[in-house]
Design a protein around this ligand. Structure first.
Ligand code: UGA
Length: 434
C-alpha cells in the first residue's frame, strides 16, 4: 500500500479523528489548526475532546512519527499530496452555514500550490455546490497552470464511536470530477474494508445533508409516536421493536427520548432546509422534524412540572449533561435546555455527568455540579435522567431513593424497567411507556 502525505486543515472532532485514523493506516499526516492552544495541548500529549479510544491512537501514531500537529497551513500544503478541509461550518442566523472558514482556508491553500498535482478534499459538512466555489477560489488565488482537483468525501462518524466509525465506515463516499481524483482517493481508502461509492461532487455533498436529516427525521418520528403512546397507554419500545424488524425500516434511530441534540443534527437539518429554499424547494417535512424535536423537550418540562406542581425552590437532580453518552460535548444538549428552563422557573438544579461537567459548567455557570449521581440526587424532589450513560444503568436505585427528599424519577431515555423501579418505591415516568 502506498503511504501518502496528507494535510488535515481543521483539527476539530472530524479533523482530529480522521487524521489520526489515516495515520493509523500508515499514512503521514499533519493536522493543522489556527487555535494555538489546541495544537499546543495536542503536542504535549493532551486531548481537546473526550472520544473513546482516540487518545491511545494519537499517542501511538505521534510516537511512530506518522502524526504531527501544526498551526501553519503553508508548510503542510507544500508537503502533502491530499489536503482535507475539515474546518467548522457553524450556523448563521439565516440557517445557512457560515462558509467563511472554508473560503479562507481555500485561499490559503491556493497560495501554496506549486507544480506538483494536489487533491483538495472537502470533508466539512457543506451545502451542495460548495465544491464548485472551492474550485473557483483555488483557480482565482493559485498561480497560473498549477494542477489540482477538488473532491468531496463527507464524514459520517458519530461522537462517542468516532474511531470505529472512521476505521470501518458503513460506506465511503467519494465525490469526484476527474478519474485522477477518484483514483487518488481510492488508493487512500484501499485498506479500508468498506464499500466505496463514487458520485459527482454535488451528489456527495447532498448525501451528507440528506443522511443526517433522514436520521433526525427517524428520531422525531419515533418521538411523535411516543407522544401518541403516552395518550393511549401503548409502549413505544414495543412499537419501535415491531417497526424495526421490518428490514426496510430498520431498528436504528428509533429510540424515543429527549430529542436529538449535538452540533450536527440541529445545524444540518436547519442548513438543509435553507439550502433547499435557496434552490426553490420548501422542505416543510424537515421543518416539522424540527418542530417535533422542540416539542419533545417541552414535553419533558411539562412532565417535571406535573410532578413538582411548582418548580420554584424545588431541588432537581439532573443525571447527564452531554447530548448523548460517551462524549463530553454539550452543544445543543437537551439536558442543558431542561436545566436552564428549570433554573428559570426558580428550581435548584444539581447536575452530574461522567465526562461533560467541565464543558457544561462553562456553558452554564449557574449549574450546581456534583461529583456523582448520588450527590446530585441529594435532597432532590425529583431526579431527571437526561443522558443514557452506561454508568446510570448500573445505579444503586435503593441508595438513590434514600438520599432524595421525594422519590420521583423521570427517565427521559427509557433506561430502566418501569415495574422494577416502581417496586422500589419510586414514582416513575419515562418516554412513551405506561
Ligand atoms: C451524527 C450522525 O449520526 C453522523 O453520521 C454524522 O457524521 C454526524 O452527526 C456529523 O454530521 O458529524 P452525532 O451528532 O455524533 O452523529 O450523534 P448521533 O448518534 O447521530 O445522535 C444525534 C442525536 O440523536 C443525539 O442527541 C441522540 O441522543 C439522538 N438520538 C439518536 C435519539 O434520540 N434517538 C435515537 O434513536 C438515535
Amino acid at each position: 500500500m502506498p503511504s501518502l502525505n496528507l494535510a488535515i486543515i481543521g483539527t476539530g472532532h472530524v479533523g482530529l479523528v480522521t487524521g489520526t485514523c489515516f495515520a493509523e493506516k500508515g499514512h503521514r499526516v499533519i493536522c493543522v489548526d489556527s487555535d494555538t492552544s489546541k495544537i499546543e495541548t495536542l503536542r504535549q500529549g493532551g486531548m481537546p475532546i473526550y472520544e473513546p479510544g482516540l487518545e491511545e491512537l494519537v499517542r501511538r501514531n505521534v510516537a511512530a512519527g506518522r502524526l504531527s500537529f501544526s498551526t501553519e497551513i503553508a508548510p503542510a500544503v507544500r508537503v502533502s499530496e491530499i489536503i482535507f478541509i475539515c474546518v467548522g461550518t457553524p450556523p448563521t442566523p439565516t440557517g445557512q452555514p457560515d462558509l467563511s472558514f472554508v473560503e479562507a482556508v481555500s485561499r490559503e491553500i491556493a497560495r501554496n500550490l506549486d507544480d506538483s498535482y494536489r487533491l483538495i478534499v472537502e470533508k466539512s459538512t457543506v451545502p451542495v455546490r460548495t465544491g464548485e466555489h472551492v474550485r473557483r477560489t483555488l483557480e482565482k488565488y493559485a498561480a497560473k497552470g498549477v494542477a489540482f482537483d477538488v473532491a468531496s468525501n463527507p464524514e459520517f462518524l458519530s461522537e462517542g464511536t468516532a474511531v470505529r466509525d472512521t476505521l470501518t465506515p458503513d460506506r465511503i463516499v467519494i465525490g469526484a470530477s476527474s478519474k485522477r481524483a477518484e483514483e487518488k482517493l481510492r488508493s487512500l481508502f484501499e485498506t479500508f474494508n468498506s464499500p466505496i461509492i463514487v458520485t459527482d461532487i454535488n451528489s456527495a455533498e447532498l448525501i451528507k445533508h440528506a443522511s443526517n436529516s433522514f436520521l433526525a427525521m427517524k428520531v422525531s418520528f419515533i418521538n411523535a409516536v411516543a407522544a401518541i403512546c403516552e395518550e393511549c397507554g401503548a409502549n413505544v419500545e414495543e412499537v419501535a421493536r415491531g417497526m424495526g424488524m421490518d428490514k426496510r425500516i430498520g431498528r436504528a434511530f428509533l429510540r424515543a427520548g429527549a430529542g436529538y441534540g449535538g452540533f450536527c443534527f440541529p445545524k444540518d437539518v436547519e442548513a438543509f432546509v435553507a439550502v433547499a429554499e435557496s434552490l426553490g424547494y420548501q422542505f416543510d417535512l424537515l421543518r416539522q422534524v424540527q418542530e417535533v424535536n422542540v416539542a419533545q423537550r417541552e414535553r419533558i418540562v411539562r412532565k417535571i412540572d406535573k410532578e413538582l406542581w411548582v418548580c420554584k425552590d424545588k431541588t432537581v437532580g439532573l443525571l447527564g449533561l452531554s447530548f448523548k453518552p460517551d462524549t463530553d460535548d454539550v452543544r445543543e444538549s437537551p439536558a442543558l435546555f431542561i436545566a436552564s428552563t428549570l433554573i428559570g422557573k426558580g428550581a435548584r438544579v444539581r447536575a452530574y455527568d461522567p465526562k461533560a461537567i467541565d464543558k457544561a459548567r462553562k456553558a452554564m455557570p449557574e449549574l450546581t455540579c456534583c461529583a456523582d449521581a448520588y450527590e446530585a440526587a441529594k435532597g432532590a424532589d425529583c431526579v431527571v435522567l437526561m443522558t443514557e450513560w452506561e454508568e446510570f444503568r448500573r445505579l444503586d436505585l435503593d441508595r438513590l431513593r434514600t438520599v432524595m427528599a421525594h422519590p420521583t424519577l423521570i427517565d427521559c431515555r427509557n433506561v430502566f424497567e418501569p415495574a422494577s423501579v416502581r417496586a422500589l418505591g419510586f414514582t416513575y415516568r419515562s418516554v412513551g411507556r405506561p
